[in-house]
Design a protein around this ligand. Sequence first.
Ligand code: 8LH
Length: 467
Amino acid sequence: MEQWSWPPRYDESYQPDPAERFWFPRRETMPAEQRDEAILARIRQVMEYAWENAPFYRRKWDEAGIHPSSIKSLADFEKVPVVRKEELRADQAENEPFGSYLAVPTSEVKHVNGTSGTTGRPTAFGISERDWRSVANAHARVMWAMGIRPDDTVLVASPLSLYWGSWGAYIGAERLGARVFPFGAGTAGQTARTVRWMRQMGVTVFYGTPSYALHLAEVARDDGLDPASLGLRKLFFSGEPGASVPSIRSRIAEAFGAQVYDSGSMAEVSPWMHLGADSDEPGVLCWQDLVYTEVCDPTGLHRVDYGSEGTPVYTTLERTSQPMIRLLSGDLTRWEAPSADRGRTYPFLPRGIYGRIDDMFTVRGENVYPSAIDDVVMAAQGYGGEHRIVISRESTMDSLAVQVEYEDAMASSLESWAAGIADRLRTVLGVGAKVVPVRQQTFDRTEFKARRVVDDRDLLRRLEGAS
Ligand code: 8LH
């Protein structure tokens, strides 16, 4: 396997010929079983390293009666207890600032990123220079698979602050040899300026969230510009469902006349592009030699068979500063076995990540994912650009309403327009939903990750709790 060592060491001058399809042909196309053997050996190295250097893991595994030397197969590895994000947060509160899962001296932390902390105590990511470079090399490789090349100009259009997503895309593009344009996102008036700068700089690749790309297209049109005239070749995304949701990806592809790629997992397990597409089709590959991904049953936490749905559990194979060993994501996906037909012999998530377990809600006994609703309403002709999903309680039953913006052209036939969407929702979700048309621009647009679900039951629960 090319440049496969622990701790990781990459040749920073290495660069494939632009005509090459693979960055590391052997690593990417070898039989999956052979790769699994190398991964097992690496997992043991990473576990021994964490045992020696990170008290968090030693404590956790002692309690579970697990020692790295007891892991003799990938099946044994399933016995290693998962790490939950709450545990990381609690450990950092006790062991400030980086937690007792920091496995390098604090003096080696050269970059700090973090969670936004909108819900609870923020978590800090302390990243050593070695890990920063591993992430850059990994991301360059996945972006190469998306067809991004040194002659591209890559716009980073997500917040350039604590968010790992932006920096990961930035350093990956830089390592690949492309020109990077770190415009960021999230400040007032920035989007209109982004559109102008994109034209001026000849940007060819966009990185951000799917919601933001759609907003940017609207802003360009408001400025009298066809987004397709901006000259983008490709857009790649992370951060939220969308790039593998059929109606969202086709809206984006059509608006910009460009190819769409999905990627992304969690900041904690950067290189987050270890879930990354290698073609402009929905879905992502699990780049197992970067971060070992297991899709597990959310309750029993055992690996599910290929073809089944579950939650991803991630193990970093190249991180030395804050290694993550079986981090439970709480997301939902379905995985498929590696297939040589795809070229790269990694497991495949055909619909990407389609939601979070805690975002799923139940209406009259049916489990509903917000991204399934997004897919239906965004496919409707005359969709006005935003919507909200309102879950409320009518007597003892939960009910669902979707407020959908319409284009002016629909104004004369709103009743039948809404009925058409409601029919489609009933077919796809298996439950009825009330569709309420609202005028275009009723709802705020986001420059980052969209929040479209309004849960009125929360209000009810709070009121009940208060009484
Ligand atoms: C996704 C996706 C995706 C992330 N499809 N859901 O941007 C990548 C990393 C840096 C990121 O967003 O990390 P962060 O802020 O920790 O959020 C992680 C969550 O975001 C993850 O658990 C998912 O729920 C979601 N997510 N990329 C669908 N391509």
